[in-house]
Design a protein around this ligand. Structure first.
Ligand SMILES: [Zn+2]
Ligand SMILES: [Zn+2]
Length: 390
C-alpha cells in the first residue's frame, strides 16, 4: 500500500501557523484554556462536534459512517514553567511559560490530521477519535481523561501518539516494540531521630548516620534485587538535614526517583526500597516516613501497531527508521492510554542544527524543526486509515 497523505501548500502553511500560534501563547498543565478553545473552534470549523473532557481536554470523532474499528489519536497540549530564551518572532508571550517540549507541534499536527482526514474523504471505514489531553508534563492529564470516561464513552480499539524529538534528525522515526519509555516514580523519605549534643551522641538518635546507611543500601536495589536483564534506575537527587557541625539534628529528609520498563519491576523496586529503609530505621531505633508516588507507568508498545508505523516509514521516500530497539528512561503520560488499549507511541525526529533545533527537551532554547511536522501528520493519517479497516 503506497502512502497517500500529501498536504497541499495551504495545509502546510496552516500547520506551521497553528504550531506558531500555540508556541506564542503557551499554557501550563491544567490551564490550557485558550489552547483548548482554539482546538475546539478549529474542530467545529471542520464540521465536527467536539466535547470538552477533564476540564481542559478536547475530544472529537470523525465517523466514516461505515462499520470498522475506532482508532484513537492523541496529542498533548500543555507547556512548561520555563522562561523562553529564543528570540524568534513567535517566541512565548506568556512570561515564564514555554512550549519547551514540543507539545505545540503535537497539537498542530493533530489539527492538521483532522483536517486532512476530513477533507480528503480517504477514511473508508470506522471512526477516528481525536484526543487532545491536558497536563502531560504533570503526568495526570491522561488519567483524568480516563476517569472522565474516555474509554467507556468512545471504546477505541487501538491508539497512537507521537512525540517530536529534537535529539534525532528530521526524517528519522524511532519505533520500538514493547517497552519504550520508563515508569517514573518519586519517593521522599524522612528519618526521624532525636536531636542532641554532638559530643554526647548516646543521648540522641542520630538520623544522619541512619540516612547515610539508607542511601548506600539503596544502591544495592538495582544490583542485587533486580533482574540484570531489566533496565532500572534508582537515583537519590536531594538530601537535607542538620544546621551545625556539633549538633545532631532531629530529622533528615532525602528524595529520589525510580525508573523501570516493566510494571513488575516497578512493584519490586518499591517493595525493596520500603523494606531496606524500614529495616535500617528499625535496626537503629529510629522512625521513618516513606512517601512513594507513582507518577507514570512504563510506556509499552504493541508490536502489531509498531509494525504499522514502521511499514508507513518504509514505504515513504522521505522518512527513515532510526535505531532499532531505541528506548529512553524518560517517562510519558501516554503510558496510561496504552494500558487501556493496545497501540503505539513513537518519536518523530525534529532535530536540525541549521534551524537552531539542537537543544534537549525542556531547555529554554528548545526548538523543533518545523519541517518535521508534515511527517507527523502523514504517520498519524496513515495509521488511522490502515487501522480503521477490519
Ligand atoms: Zn516534556
Ligand atoms: Zn513532552
Amino acid at each position: 500500500m503506497a502512502n497517500r497523505v500529501e498536504l497541499s501548500d495551504i495545509q502546510q502553511k496552516e500547520l506551521i501557523a497553528f504550531r506558531r500560534r500555540f508556541h506564542t501563547y503557551p499554557e501550563l498543565s491544567y490551564e490550557e484554556r485558550e489552547t483548548a478553545r482554539a482546538v475546539y473552534e478549529q474542530l467545529e470549523v471542520l464540521g465536527m462536534e467536539p466535547e470538552m473532557m477533564a476540564d481542559t481536554g478536547v475530544v472529537a470523532v470523525l465517523d466514516s459512517g461505515r462499520p470498522g474499528r475506532t482508532v484513537m489519536l492523541r496529542a498533548d497540549t500543555d507547556a512548561l514553567p520555563v522562561q523562553e530564551e529564543n528570540t524568534h518572532a513567535y517566541r512565548s508571550q506568556n512570561d515564564g511559560v514555554m512550549h519547551a517540549c514540543g507539545h505545540d507541534g503535537h497539537t498542530a499536527i493533530m489539527l492538521s490530521v483532522a483536517r486532512w482526514l476530513k477533507e480528503s474523504g480517504a477514511l473508508q471505514q470506522g471512526r477516528v477519535l481525536f484526543v487532545f489531553q491536558p497536563a502531560e508534563e504533570l503526568a495526570g492529564g491522561a488519567k483524568a481523561m480516563i476517569e472522565a470516561g474516555l474509554f467507556e464513552t468512545y471504546k477505541p480499539d487501538c491508539c497512537a501518539g507521537l512525540h517530536l524529538w529534537s535529539l534525532a534528525p528530521t526524517g528519522t522515526i524511532l519505533v520500538t516494540d514493547g517497552p519504550f519509555m520508563a515508569s517514573a516514580d518519586q519517593f521522599e523519605i524522612t528519618v526521624n531521630g532525636q536531636g542532641g549534643h554532638g559530643g554526647i551522641p548516646h543521648e540522641a538518635k542520630d538520623p544522619i548516620v541512619a540516612a547515610a546507611q539508607m542511601v548506600v543500601a539503596l544502591q544495592s536495589v538495582v544490583s542485587r534485587a533486580m533482574d540484570p536483564a531489566d533496565s532500572v534506575v534508582v537515583t537519590i537527587g536531594q538530601i537535607s538535614g542538620g544546621e551545625a557541625f556539633n549538633v545532631i539534628p532531629d530529622s533528615v529528609r532525602f528524595s529520589g526517583t525510580v525508573r523501570t520498563f516493566q510494571a513488575s519491576a516497578q512493584d519490586a523496586v518499591e517493595d525493596s526500597i520500603r523494606r531496606i529503609v524500614t529495616g535500617i530505621a528499625q535496626a537503629m531505633g529510629l522512625d521513618v516516613d516513606i512517601n512513594y508516588t507513582r507518577m507514570t507507568v512504563p510506556t509499552v508498545n504493541d508490536a502489531r501497531y509498531a509494525g504499522v508505523v514502521r511499514q508507513v516509514v518504509e514505504e515513504s521516500s522521505t522518512m527513515t527508521l532510526g535505531e532499532p530497539g531505541f528506548r529512553t528512561m524518560a517517562g510519558e503520560d501516554m503510558a496510561y492510554f496504552l494500558n487501556e488499549c493496545p497501540g503505539i507511541y513513537f518519536f518523530v525526529g525534529a532535530g536540525n542544527e541549521a534551524v537552531g533545533a539542537q537543544y534537549p527537551h525542556h531547555h529554554p532554547c528548545f526548538e523543533i524543526d518545523e519541517a518535521a511536522l508534515p511527517f507527523g501528520v502523514e504517520l498519524l493519517c496513515e495509521f488511522a486509515l490502515r487501522c480503521t479497516l477490519d
